[in-house]
Design a protein around this ligand. Structure first.
Ligand SMILES: O=C(O)CCC(=O)C(=O)O
Length: 275
């Protein structure tokens, strides 16, 4: 079934993002919120905005003990239908991160292009960003620069010498017009989808309400996930590209080079790493 209308697909193509009609039910959101709360408790050393690979239970080099409930969500057929309409029938799940901004000191996400951080060749990914809490201007919702993806090129990023930001590199100011920014306000359960070249970010959360979202990353299986990028800390926290599990969720690996074996040991046997 087609989840996205042709107007929604057109919006994604033209503006680089879309907020679809489709949303998760309240019980489903509640389950996600409970899982996220447990993950935050289980990872006291990790900032809740930096819960990388939150869909896997093995902490590995990235150091985050996640929960399979997020993996189940990433396999949701209705979400995959939308992703298929945007990136085609061959779909690889390669990442999933929770960005949870606590009230008061929730950290800023500087303006950036995702592709700047990722070893995907050719560069392509659709991110599905799902609101686990209401996400509005006041508590630091996702913000985008519409149409900034259109040239399909990466701009120079500057290193931020700050500790109060989620990612430590940001797009140089002269590459975009901040006044064009659009706040993507979502109720819990709603989602947005964005292109890998889109410039986006979010403000700090100075409000009294938490803002949590889950970013699920899907690439077309016409792209290659280059594990030689290894253990990377250029984002400001550890990301282990060499051991990241990939899932071919639909279609075929058209590159013939993606490795779907690495990082899957944890799924073959009962895990004893969960606290
Ligand atoms: O959640 C946020 O504020 C930022 C998310 C983001 O940068 C992403 O999903 O790529």
């Amino acid at each position: 079934m087609s989840q996205l209308s042709s107007a929604e697909i057109e919006h994604y193509r033209q503006d680089g993002y879309v907020v679809p009609e489709f949303r998760l039910s309240a019980p489903r959101v509640k389950k996600l919120r409970m899982a996220l709360d447990a993950v935050i408790m289980a990872n006291p050393e990790t900032r809740p905005e930096q819960l990388v690979s939150v869909h896997t239970e093995e902490s590995g080099a990235e150091g985050v003990v996640g929960d399979k409930v997020f993996l189940e969500l990433a396999r949701n057929p209705q979400i995959l239908d939308m992703v298929e309409q945007l990136i085609g029938p061959d779909i690889v799940l390669w990442g999933c991160q929770a960005f949870c901004k606590p009230p008061g000191d929730g950290m800023e996400v500087p303006w950036h292009q995702d592709g700047h951080y990722w070893p995907i060749k050719p560069l392509a990914t659709c991110t599905v960003w799902i609101a686990i809490d209401d996400s509005v201007t006041e508590n630091g919702c996702l913000r985008v620069i519409p149409r900034s993806h259109q040239e399909q090129r990466l701009h120079a990023h500057l290193k931020e010498d700050r500790t109060d930001v989620v990612l430590n590199q940001r797009v140089r100011d002269d590459y975009f017009d901040r006044s064009a920014a659009v706040d993507i306000e979502l109720n819990a359960g709603q989602m947005s989808l964005h292109d890998v070249y889109l410039i986006h970010g979010s403000n700090p959360n100075r409000s009294t309400r938490r803002r949590a979202g889950l970013a699920i990353r899907y690439m077309p299986a016409t792209s290659f996930f280059d594990r030689s990028a290894g253990l990377d800390a250029s984002a400001g926290y550890k990301v282990d590209f060499s051991n990241r599990p990939l899932w071919l969720l639909r279609g075929e690996d058209r590159t013939g080079r993606n490795d779907f074996g690495v990082g899957h040991d944890q799924f073959a046997q009962p895990s004893n790493s969960r606290k």
